[in-house]
Write a protein that binds this ligand. Sequence first.
Ligand code: ADP
Ligand code: MG
Length: 691
Amino acid sequence: MRYTVQRLAVYDREVNLATTLDQIKGVGPKTAEQLARAGLVTVGDILLFLPRKHEDFTNVTTIADLKPGKVTIKARCEKISTRPVRRGLQLTTAVLVDDTSKLNAIWFNQPYRTQQLAGGDDEFYFSGEFEYSRGRYQLTNPSAEKAADLPVQADRLLPVYRSVRGLKSQMVRKVLEQLRPLMSVLPETLPESVIRDEKLMSRSEAISTMHFPKNTDDVAAARERLAFEELFELLLASQLNKRENQKLSGYHIPFEVEVVKQFVAQLSFDLTSAQRRAAWDILQDFERATPMNRLLQGDVGSGKTVVAGLAARQAASSGYQTALMAPTEILARQHAETLDALLSPFGIRVALLIGSVKGKARAALYEAIANGDVDVVIGTHALFQEKVVFQKLGFVVIDEQHRFGVEQRQRLLDKAHHLPHLLAMTATPIPRSLALTVYGELDISVLNEKPKGRLPIITKIISPVSAKSVYDVVDKEIAVGRQLYVICSLIDDNPDNDIKSVEAEYKRLKNSIFSHRRIALLHGRMTPIEKELIMQQFKQGEYDILVSTTVVEVGVDVPNATLMMIENAEQFGLSQLHQLRGRVGRSHHQSYCYLMMGTTNKPSERLREIEKSNDGFYLAEVDMQLRGPGEIYGKAQHGALNLQIATLADTTLIARAQHVVKRFIDRGEDMAKYTVLSEQVRYYQRLTTLN
Ligand code: ADP
Ligand code: MG
């Protein structure tokens, strides 16, 4: 980010936002080096390095006066020690004293507290939960700040900074204290009209408040202002993307009733109404002058592939090629088979381009794609290769789109002369707040309906003591012809934990419980050809049981497999469990999913939620509550959205920002007027666009 350079005399020197920190009074070479390692080089860098949270020291209590709840005390540490309680849990206990009394404190898995607090007369501020536990009152997981490190009048809110590479909050606070007079020159980024209408704090006041807070109300107002700004920029970026897309010209693919009717007539099932609606949306987009930019969102098993197939049929009829990109070879091959079955009756030529197609065969395939002898190409990353040249690529389908990075999608889209129509498909439901922000430029179709006759999957949490009875139930189902997935999170045994590995579990089941069954092993370290073969054989019913890692997580479709056991289910995330479970429940037979616990501990909320619900949309909301949206969508889908203050869970603020962005755009203001703003917006535009 660039800054408007403003000058201000601080002490005896001219300092501005671009001044390097080593020139600041009180910052020696060592400090400057520490700061630089954390990415803080200039005055501007450190002013914009916002605190992660604020510690409340406005209410320091004496130990004798403590009441249960969140408390802060000023005390010395009399005794402290750490001991392992069991695998994965270290307990640190301490005795804290002040002039009035003594108090026990405990920390879970924070062994460094021993070193921080041991052996001294130093006073610390401890902030934490004062609660009754195991027969006595104690302070649980308190934070600890050395009193001597705090500013003179410590009885206030204290900013706590991210400790990037060992950076100490204390050091940041000291440097900022020197720069305090500069706060007022931080340039405004939001349009003045927005600040006025929304009654927001100015940017300089907000940033200053974050570093030098007076009370919690001020901090809340400052946070709101900064969060609003981030959302405003993100939403503006996505609206600008949308407008830019609308100026592009796309390929015109007319809707032909007969073509679509014929396609639907040869299906072995009726389309659900949700599938019809989605197909209709797509065919309408094909007719427009601008390229389609659509997200097809449908829970696992909702039947997205056939919708893509129908659209590819229509595209081919107008002479356009379709490219379908899948995240794994197993999935690419499966799609190639499905689409070939759907499309070859109409003379459409479907080809598979994956890593294992080599040598002459590959060269021949390139040629066929280049001169239009192939209509639909399905592949993995191999589709990105420079050598792949399409004759007339009009339609791009990206399956499980959240698995791909922005650049990867970009490279595929670059292969067309005009921007092709884009259909991104995902089974990870996107909560509404996120759809508005990150995907604001996309049109969305939703498959909110499962094909007819599907029974809800029965899901059960199983503790180690009842595993035996599950094996009996499962074996009865196998006896009548059903198939079973056993999922393990690890390939090899790890001596440091009790988690079942796929290798060991395969051997164990094969040699004991299921010795009378046909059983196969699948994991990511096998060669693509080995994996294909096993998958193929499992699909054809040559095995009863597939013991696998999460390589079967996305997309795999074996309708006769109706049983799933997920070992050490507590190791998996909620979305992942839902995705895995989606491998069963794909036929009219009753399906079962057993969440096998590795311990006898109480099951986590995650497991209880997944046991209760089959609804991917509901579970996505729960997951967002439990983990925070950044964890799920930020990293996985967009590198990082880089929201520092705002959270995508704040739907009220998002709606407000949405409204203001719309007004701003409708006014037709000139973006060039707002230098910093437009730079930031361009950054978000690159981050969020799909094409
Ligand atoms: P997903 O949305 O998870 O990608 P798929 O496209 O793999 O789902 O479809 C799941 C299964 O449901 C496939 O075996 C497919 O043939 C079948 N299927 C799709 N649509 C219907 C329908 N309308 N009625 C019955 N079965 C369907
Ligand atoms: Mg799929």
